[in-house]
Design a protein around this ligand. Structure first.
Ligand SMILES: NC(=O)c1ccc[n+]([C@@H]2O[C@H](COP(=O)([O-])OP(=O)(O)OC[C@H]3O[C@@H](n4cnc5c(N)ncnc54)[C@H](OP(=O)(O)O)[C@@H]3O)[C@@H](O)[C@H]2O)c1
Length: 287
């Protein structure tokens, strides 16, 4: 069992840290809003620290799940950040969905302290975090990954090293690019079926078993027809992720015309007041 720190007890981080405690690791948590850390300690025991630096002190593994690039920089290299105390030989694991660039930058800063860095964004959403069944896409040195993986296993269904630092974030970008186009196609198909006067559930039942079937069709198709959009992963987060994809494509020369268009469609839904709705609410523009 390891001595670990967990930074960021949000929708994803709080249950992930909870699984670490359940697995028997010695956990010190930090959350910017201290009351959330106090609530977590009341539920799970263990300890809360006043700063990321205090949490990271003496930890073999420091894990984080915050919002975006700026937030990751703030809890690592900012004042009171974890890199002030990150021990030589320790590994910092970042579960935030962020850019590959920030991963490479922070890996360099960690290396200056003799510590490792693994970028490890996740998919599986709030339900996956609560059930301890996330998919974790990692980038880093094989030795650092080998030390992190047994701890990450507390909340992962799958955890795979995809390549050097940044490769985890790049893999997550592929995931988000695939989801964006797929959800727009699903929205158009379902809205077309409604306008054509078809029974939407019957359509899903028939075509879902064929070549058009997907996780989104099976799980979100019926709820899209019902107009229910409270499934956790908000459009505000998705637009942050798509901006990261579009910036990376500028760098590597990939063409993302559909992703760029769907990003603008998500902007429309935000303007309709739907920023906290989940990603399947793209259909709201069409019905
Ligand atoms: N929710 C999902 O379904 C999902 C799925 C896959 C990936 N993700 C990714 O996972 C990450 C976290 O998502 P979430 O849904 O858990 O978000 P969330 O509920 O908003 O939680 C964000 C956490 O980060 C902390 N934080 C943000 N900025 C900070 C800063 N500058 N300094 C210190 N702490 C800061 C927040 O602290 P406070 O409590 O003080 O606000 C909170 O603990 C995001 O990158 C998201 O894209 C989310």
């Amino acid at each position: 069992m390891a001595r670990v720190a967990f930074i960021g007890l949000g929708v994803m981080g709080a249950p992930m840290a909870g699984h670490l405690a359940k697995a028997g690791h010695q956990v010190t948590v930090y959350n910017r809003t201290a009351s959330r850390a106090a609530d977590w300690v009341e539920r799970h025991g263990h300890a809360a620290a006043a700063t990321p630096a205090d949490a990271a002190e003496g930890a073999e593994l420091v894990l984080a799940c915050v919002g975006n690039d700026a937030d990751v920089r703030s809890v690592t290299t900012g004042p009171g950040g974890a890199f002030e105390t990150l021990a030589p030989g320790a590994v910092f694991v970042d579960h935030t969905t962020a850019s590959a660039e920030v991963a490479r930058e922070l890996a360099g800063r960690a290396a200056e302290r003799g510590a490792g860095f693994v970028d490890a964004p996740v998919s599986g959403g709030q339900a996956g975090a609560e059930k301890g069944q996330l998919t974790v896409m990692c980038g880093g040195d094989a030795g650092d990954f080998a030390r992190a993986e047994p701890v990450i296993a507390a909340y992962a269904r799958a955890c795979r090293l995809m390549g050097p630092v940044g490769a985890g974030q790049l893999t997550k970008m592929v995931n988000q690019i695939c989801i964006a186009g797929l959800l727009q196609g699903l929205s158009e198909g379902l809205a077309f079926g409604q306008k054509a006067g078809l029974d939407g559930l019957a359509v899903l039942d028939v075509i879902g078993k064929g070549a058009a079937g997907s996780w989104q069709m099976e799980n979100r198709g019926p709820t899209m027809l019902e107009g229910r959009f409270d499934f956790g992963f908000a459009i505000d987060w998705m637009r942050k992720d798509l901006a990261i994809c579009l910036e990376e494509a500028e760098r590597n020369g990939a063409a993302l015309p559909v992703t760029a268009l769907v990003d603008q469609f998500y902007k429309d839904v935000q303007r309709m007041g739907g920023g906290r709705g989940d990603t399947s609410s793209l259909i709201r523009r069409l019905s």
